[in-house]
Design a protein around this ligand. Structure first.
Ligand code: NAD
Length: 213
C-alpha cells in the first residue's frame, strides 16, 4: 500500500541518515512526501541513501550533506547550507547518528566515555537547538524533533556504561526540550528501539547475538 503523503512540502533533516535506522527513516519520510536532508559524517553513505529516496511528489528535493553532529562548528555550517538551499527550515528533525565504544566499566577509557557522550548526547542537543532556533526565527511555529535513544538507556547493558548513560541522558534532555519548546508548537520525542540488525550491531559478539535471537 502506498504511504500517505502526510509530509508534502515539509523539509526533514535526518542525522545518521547514511546507514541503518537513519537510512530507513529517510526512505519512509521521502515516501510520505517530505524533502529530506540526509546528514552523515560519512558523505558516501549519505549519498547512497540519497539515491534510494522516493521523489514522486512535485517540489520534493533531497540533499546529502556531511556534518559531525558532535561539533558545534560543523552543525552551524550544516544549518547554513540548509538555509541557503531551502526556503523554509526543517520542520522534522531526527537525530539517529550514534556510535558504540563497548568496554566493561573497569576498563572503560575516559576517551571512549567522552566520544560516545559527544556523539549520542551532545549531538542531539546541538541539532535540537539549531533546528528549534531556525523554526522560531522563521516566525512560523510548528515542528517535530525525534531523538533516537535506546532501550539500553532504560535498563543498562553489560559493556555499555557509556552508551547507556548517553541514551538515558538523551531521554532527560528530550523531555526538557519538549516542555520548553511546546510553546512554539515543536513536539520533542524519543524513540527507544530494541535490538535491530544494522552495521552498528556488526561488532556485537556472537555469544551476545545468540541471546537476543
Ligand atoms: P548505524 O551504525 O547503522 O548508523 C549510524 C550512522 O551514524 C552511521 O551512518 C554513521 O556514519 C553516523 N554517524 C556516526 N557518528 C556521527 C557523527 N559524529 N556525525 C554524524 N553522523 C554520524 O547505526 P544504527 O543501528 O542505524 O543506529 C541508529 C541509532 O539508533 C543510533 O543512535 C543507535 O544508538 C540507535 N539504536 C540502535 C539500535 C540497534 O540495535 N541497531 C538499538 C537501539 C538504538
Amino acid at each position: 500500500m502506498a504511504a500517505p503523503l502526510r509530509l508534502k512540502s515539509t523539509l526533514a533533516l535526518v542525522t545518521g541518515g547514511g546507514s541503518g535506522i537513519g537510512r530507513a527513516i529517510c526512505q519512509r519520510l521521502s515516501q510520505e512526501g517530505a524533502s529530506v536532508a540526509v546528514v552523515d559524517v560519512n558523505i558516501d553513505s549519505a549519498n547512497e541513501t540519497l539515491g534510494s529516496l522516493s521523489c514522486d511528489v512535485p517540489g520534493q528535493e533531497h540533499v546529502a550533506l556531511t556534518a559531525d553532529v558532535s561539533r558545534s562548528e560543523s552543525v552551524s555550517a550544516l544549518m547554513e547550507q540548509i538555509q541557503s538551499r531551502f526556503s523554509a527550515p526543517p520542520r522534522v528533525a531526527v537525530s539517529s547518528a550514534g556510535i558504540t565504544r563497548d568496554e566493561f566499566l573497569l576498563r572503560l577509557s575516559e576517551e571512549n566515555f567522552n566520544t560516545v557522550l559527544d556523539v549520542n548526547l551532545k549531538g542531539p542537543f546541538l541539532i535540537t537547538q539549531a533546528v528549534a532556533r531556525s523554526i522560531v526565527s522563521s516566525g512560523q511555529n510548528g515542528g517535530s524533533i525525534i531523538n533516537i535513544s535506546s532501550i539500553v538507556g532504560k535498563v543498562g547493558n553489560l559493556g555499555q556504561a557509556n552508551y547507556a548513560a548517553s541514551k538515558a541522558g538523551l531521554e532527560g534532555f528530550t523531555k526538557t526540550a519538549a516542555k520548553e519548546l511546546a510553546k512554539f508548537g515543536i513536539r520533542c520525542n524519543t524513540v527507544l528501539p530494541g535490538f535491530t540488525v544494522t552495521p552498528m550491531t556488526d561488532t556485537v559478539p556472537q555469544k551476545v547475538l545468540d541471546k537476543v535471537s
